[in-house]
Design a binder for this molecule. Sequence first.
Ligand SMILES: [Zn+2]
Length: 325
Amino acid sequence: MIGHRFTCGVTNTHLFAWLRKPWRIKAMTRPSSDLAAFREIFSKSNNIAIITGAGVSAESGVPTFRGAGGYWRKWQSQDLATPTAFAHNPSRVWEFYHYRREVMLTKNPNPAHLAIAECEERLGKQGRKVTVITQNIDELHRRAGSKNLLEIHGSLFKTRCMMCGHEEANYKSPICAALEGRGAPDPETHDAQIPVEQLPRCEHRGCNGLLRPAVVWFGETLDSDILTHAEKALDSCDLCLVVGTSSVVYPAAMFAPQVAARGVPVAEFNMENTPATERFKFHFHGPCGTTLPPALARHETAFDIQLLTTTSNSTAFTLIRLILL
Ligand SMILES: [Zn+2]
């Protein structure tokens, strides 16, 4: 955009005026890493949206099959997680997903997942709300205890029928007999070439259609209901956390601008040093399993409102809220 403006013949006078604009100066400001300042805002927030990405899963050792070294056999996720790949070779794609499901049996939520879940439960007792919006499909947030959870990319542990569209949770291991012992990731492994009738099939009302993983593949659109819920959470939040992904890359980049446009503080917790923009107020560098727990820990002045519900009436409630703030 800037280069385009230049080539359009903007004069130097206009250029310098543009560079001196207050928002430009603001954009050059580095985000704060002042934990006490974050904690002050956190303690006053009643509606927190937490956007999480691959970095949170990576800290639990979950492979993403993307980027350098991220291969399953000879392929990366973008080669196999597509409707075209499934149409051409459903056996190979199911081997890939079977492997990923089985790997998850050996992985556990890390301190970042647990801190988020514990925060949701604790704040819930104080009448405050936490919504987790994740691109991760491994259900580690769910296993950690998060309940108000929007999995915008679906789940490894859900299937959808190609015939009737029925979608359901599926935790079978293996998901079907023919996939037992299959899915090895080594580049030398040959395709199992499982006949399509032996791949996972729909058991809903005798349908018997071919099942696929209920995840959002490359080239597919997000579920509109989930997206609507995510947008509602972001429209109403008074604090937004971006965890294990950058607020300038997908999926946070899709959501962060609308939050920032309302003047809501955004705090990033990730391993990357991202370019400072006016979009976020805080950046905490490091593994989110290390940085997030102290950030979301119980505030010194906070206590469970449930402990005091025996005396609850509107006056008491008002006083309690004042103390919490
Ligand atoms: Zn079906």
